[in-house]
Design a protein around this ligand. Structure first.
Ligand SMILES: Nc1ncnc2c1ncn2[C@@H]1O[C@H](COP(=O)(O)OP(=O)(O)OP(=O)(O)O)[C@@H](O)[C@H]1O
Ligand SMILES: [Mg+2]
Length: 311
């Protein structure tokens, strides 16, 4: 089932900025990464999906309901990017007022609030006033509000910007927990190292344009890379399945090589080849590609095409 669907959705601000022509479909039970540098249109897109901004053109649906309608928002949770809650309230009071707004039945409120407070790691601190919360605590209570009504879709706009490494790990675990419950998490972020461990599917946006989308590991033809530490110089001929080989570092009596291969299945082949040619091997370390490589690949490609366009 399509949980979020858009067709050429566009929101510009008097013809400038914003984001244009986004077509995507997102299913259930996934954490979807919407990635792009500052000012690329991520928040504009989410705010448009939530009906907080009127689209300039195009269509959008959440759980089959047209965006902008009350129905499309019924099963949605949202952590805005720059949120400010009334800071004279305690965390618990804020959640209670949210529970009322979400029409959570009175009898279930106490239990649900306890549950979400626990999920965001705030148990014991929810009775403090928001004015006394650190940035990280405010972000956690914001997350608690976003998931309070047990939504099917959760939009998180830069949910870890104020968090320390422990907090970031907690939020990652929370996103995976929601995913495992069959929810769809739409994550706006530019923190690629964080996103890569929770998202399989991403969109990459740049200057208001979608430049790539899909499972990120498939968005670029990625050769296999391996680092091999040997004792002496490799003086055997380079076999055809090795794309390139270069010296990374010389370490006392050892040499560290970076070897590029056509595919992962060539890793055992190269080891076998070196060993059968009497090259002593001390270490083999496959190098896994990162989302950042994929992201930079597409951003650079876009910049190059713009450059060519202007010629
Ligand atoms: N209310 C507004 N009026 C005019 N232009 C705006 C408005 N909001 C955003 N923009 C412009 O639209 C573009 C996209 O902004 P947006 O906030 O959606 O980007 P973003 O990807 O969320 O950035 P960030 O990573 O900094 O949060 C930017 O060029 C921005 O200047
Ligand atoms: Mg933003």
């Amino acid at each position: 089932m399509n949980v979020i669907q858009t067709k050429s959705l566009t929101k510009t601000y008097e013809g400038k900025g914003g984001i244009s022509d986004v077509t995507l479909s997102i299913g259930e039970g996934i954490v979807y990464g919407f990635l792009g540098p500052n000012g690329s249109g991520k928040s504009t897109f989410v705010r448009t999906l939530l009906g907080l901004l009127q689209p300039t053109s195009g269509e959008g649906y959440i759980l089959g309901q047209p965006i902008g309608t009350t129905k499309s928002r019924e099963q949605v949770g949202y952590l805005p990017e720059l949120f400010r809650y009334p800071d004279w309230l305690t965390g618990k009071e804020l959640l209670e007022s949210h529970a009322k707004l979400c029409k959570i039945p009175v009898r279930q409120r106490k239990k649900r609030i306890e549950e979400v407070v626990e999920l965001v790691g705030m148990t014991g601190r929810e009775r403090g006033r928001i004015s006394g919360f650190s940035k990280g605590m405010s972000q956690r209570i914001g997350l608690a509000c976003a998931i309070l009504n047990d939504p099917k879709v959760v939009f998180l706009d830069e949910p870890t910007s104020a968090l320390d490494p422990i907090g970031r790990k907690d939020v990652r675990d929370l996103m995976l927990y929601l995913r495992d419950q069959g929810k769809t998490v739409f994550l706006n972020s530019h923190l690629l190292y964080e996103v890569e461990s929770v998202c399989d599917h991403v969109s990459i946006v740049h200057q208001g344009e979608m430049i790539a989308q899909g499972p990120w590991r498939e968005l670029m033809i990625m050769e296999a890379q391996v680092e091999v530490v040997t004792e002496q110089s490799i003086s055997v001929p380079i076999p055809s399945f090795v794309t390139s080989i270069q010296k990374v570092r010389e370490e006392e009596s050892r040499i560290r090589w970076g070897i590029q291969l056509e595919s992962e299945s060539d890793i055992p082949r190269v080891i076998q080849y070196l060993t059968s040619n009497q090259v002593a091997i001390y270490e083999v370390k496959p190098i896994t590609p990162h989302l950042e490589d994929v992201f930079m690949h597409w951003v650079n490609k876009k910049k190059e095409s713009k450059y060519v366009d202007h010629q």
